[in-house]
Design a protein around this ligand. Structure first.
Ligand code: GUN
Ligand code: ZN
Length: 440
């Protein structure tokens, strides 16, 4: 039997969206004991209540009241090859892709480069409290092998896919409809269901795939209904116009993906800023999800997603949160939530901290179809957790002393905190990251 281990400290987790269910949506324990065994949470309750039932020799890692244990963050849209080009200057989406992204992604023809960058990416995820992600590789199949290998060695719950792209990109970055299908199928065989890994079929976006490539991607999705599908949609007005010009027979941008069998409950659609009400309703109806990438949208000047409008649309589409690095400027989902708040304000909408933290945890798990395993702290769930230090900077420490309640404290974190607030990151019951200055 593996060693019994427990975490003690304040903890917060969500059962449902707070904006829908209010206080019933969350569980806050000011002093919880979380018992772990074989990578899972086996019990969680108030420390005083649970402690009497566990053996004295159990190892307890204690985080004091200046901390908060949350489910690990889930980044539902991110490009690992773009970490090395984060913060590239001055262009909008399509020029940014041509000038920076396609230049850099060619370097992944070298498997050693891919392996190195996969390590950097996962280290950075853990340093930012992110325990799961849905990740774009490059067009090179081995870019996904490199990431999957590295994620497997850390036992992370991760989805990734090889980019499908057979036009409107440099020839060295293009596959063909047939090779993209064959490579993706081989990757699914190698990785889908290995450890905690899953495959995401990854047409980059409609403009860089021929109709035949989208058709074969849809065929692959039909043959592997358990795989996820990730792509981009309606990030900028120019891109929407381009997609419609390339697929004039389709009713709108969403209809391109729907027509080729790429729209369903396992589909994650990055951005979705410039979608019509009708498109949003169809996304909701089929159970797909919009991944809000606020940092990226601000950085490229792509537009401002109206979260309030999405919530008011009936039916309303599911929304998750993505860093979209390297158009996004941080792998910190706390920083990303700060950007989501600011964008919402420009629409007159206020994203509160509970709603925000739900987006960064359980909403991502729902979007990825893994909410029965991660995204919440409950007995039976896999023990992926992030421990926030609520006093990670002098300013935050000062602000915490003047907070009247939990929500006020969490909102200040959402606006002011970043990677420095990550005290520790736990994956499948093991501490894989601990901030270097730990003293106790
Ligand atoms: N649309 C197509 N490819 C990309 C990409 O790499 N990043 C972003 N932000 N949008 C895209
Ligand atoms: Zn993206």
């Amino acid at each position: 039997m593996s060693e019994r281990l427990a975490l003690r400290g304040p903890c917060l987790s969500f059962r449902a969206p707070p904006w829908r269910e209010g206080a019933a949506a969350l569980r806050f324990e000011p002093d919880a004991l979380i018992l772990l065994h074989e990578g899972r949470i086996v019990a969680l309750d108030d420390h005083a209540r649970l402690r009497a039932q566990v053996p004295d020799e159990m190892h307890v890692v204690h985080y004091d009241s200046n901390h908060l244990i949350l489910p690990g963050f889930i980044d539902a849209h991110v490009h690992y090859p773009q970490v090395q080009m984060i913060a590239s200057f001055g262009l909008r989406l399509i020029d940014w892709l041509k000038r920076y992204t396609f230049e850099v992604e060619q370097q992944y023809a070298d498997p050693e480069h891919a392996a190195h960058e996969a390590r950097v990416f996962l280290d950075e995820c853990l340093r930012n409290g992110t325990t799961s992600a849905c990740v774009f590789g490059t067009v090179h199949a081995h870019s996904v092998d490199a990431l999957m290998r590295e994620a497997l060695s850390r036992d992370m719950r991760l989805f990734a896919g090889k980019v499908l792209m057979d036009r409107h990109a440099p020839p060295t970055l293009c596959d063909t409809a047939d090779s993209g299908y064959a490579d993706s199928r081989a990757l699914i065989t190698r990785w889908h269901g290995q450890g905690r890994l899953g495959y995401a079929i990854t047409p980059r976006f409609a403009p860089t795939s021929s109709p035949r490539q989208l058709e074969l991607a849809g065929q692959l999705a039909a043959e592997h209904p358990d795989c996820r599908i990730q792509t981009h949609i309606a990030e900028t007005p120019e891109e929407v116009a381009w997609a419609r010009e390339l697929f004039p027979e389709r009713k709108d941008y969403l209809d391109i993906y729907a027509h080729y069998g790429l729209l369903g409950p396992h589909t994650l659609l990055g951005h979705g800023i410039h979608l019509s009400d009708d498109e949003l309703q169809r996304i909701a109806t089929c159970g797909a999800c919009v991944v809000h990438c606020p940092s990226s949208n601000l950085f490229l000047g792509s537009g401002l997603l109206d979260l309030g409008r999405l919530r008011q649309t009936t039916p309303s589409p599911a929304v998750a949160l993505g860093s979209d690095v390297g158009a996004g400027t941080s792998l910190s989902l706390l920083r990303t939530l700060g950007d989501a708040y600011r964008i919402a304000r420009l629409h007159g909408f206020a994203l509160n901290a509970l709603d925000g933290l739900y987006l960064a945890t359980r909403a991502g798990a729902q979007a990825l179809g893994i909410a029965d395993r991660v995204g919440a702290l409950e007995p039976g769930m896999e023990a992926d957790m992030v421990v926030l230090d609520l006093c990670s900077t002098p300013l935050l420490a000062h602000r915490m002393r003047h907070c009247r309640d939990l929500e006020e404290a969490l909102f200040a974190q959402m606006i002011l905190a970043d990677d420095r607030a990550i005290r520790a990151t736990w994956v499948a019951g093991r501490c894989l990251y601990e901030r270097a200055d730990r003293v106790s």
